[in-house]
Write a protein that binds this ligand. Sequence first.
Ligand SMILES: Nc1ncnc2c1ncn2[C@@H]1O[C@H](COP(=O)(O)OP(=O)(O)OP(=O)(O)O)[C@@H](O)[C@H]1O
Length: 232
Amino acid sequence: MITIDNLNLYHQKTASNNTAKRKGATQVIFDLSLTINKGEKVAIIGPSGAGKSSLLHHLYQRLQTSAALCSQRQGLVDNLSIFHNIFMGALARHHWLFNLINLMRPFKQDLRNIGLLCQQLELDEPLAKSVDKLSGGQRQRVALARALYQQQDIFLGDEPFSALDPLMASRLLEIILARHKSVIMVVHDRALAMSAFDRVIALDKGRLVLDSKKQSINQQQISKLYQTDAVA
Ligand SMILES: Nc1ncnc2c1ncn2[C@@H]1O[C@H](COP(=O)(O)OP(=O)(O)OP(=O)(O)O)[C@@H](O)[C@H]1O
């Protein structure tokens, strides 16, 4: 599905250029090589600042038309409703005129589909409610619903459950895993990463330090990775 060879990523202060080393740029990913196959469910773990989001956004740039991204930044439009924010996930599937009419006067079918999706995500709020009136956890589920409403084969998530309790997180993860052939997700909860995904990769200071199938995960290696984080 995707192969990366000796990837180096840099964050620039001004212009974005992640392939060439430039004066003043900070390197955040170092010589990273990786292949992720179609059908895999991969968790990306690692301490804060390890480069997980940078890697995930690079993957999204590469996969764009076939992947849905649920990013930490969410990108919700605050003064629009839950319905409108979620429907944005479907804009690319329809003609602009359909989208325009639906945004002004929602069609019953989309209201029903989005209502059902919200129910599944345990988001029990009126669809007409503006997202700026929602809690952090509710906003996170609107962003998740918008990504699910894209109906892509590949789901990319950057800590999509950070504002949710662990039990709800694992219920929502089941929904994501069931609805996508391939999933690549930055996961904060290590236990969840190790129990629910086929494969776990770990980054530390921009380097790939672990790439393991679920059945052969080295628990000690993972604990050590986070000990360093706690001391730092
Ligand atoms: N837009 C940016 N401009 C400059 N530096 C950045 C930018 N985004 C991230 N960085 C830096 O790149 C490094 C990796 O950041 P990244 O967000 O990829 O890490 P992460 O592992 O996802 O961290 P966290 O778990 O805290 O979200 C960090 O040192 C961070 O400060």
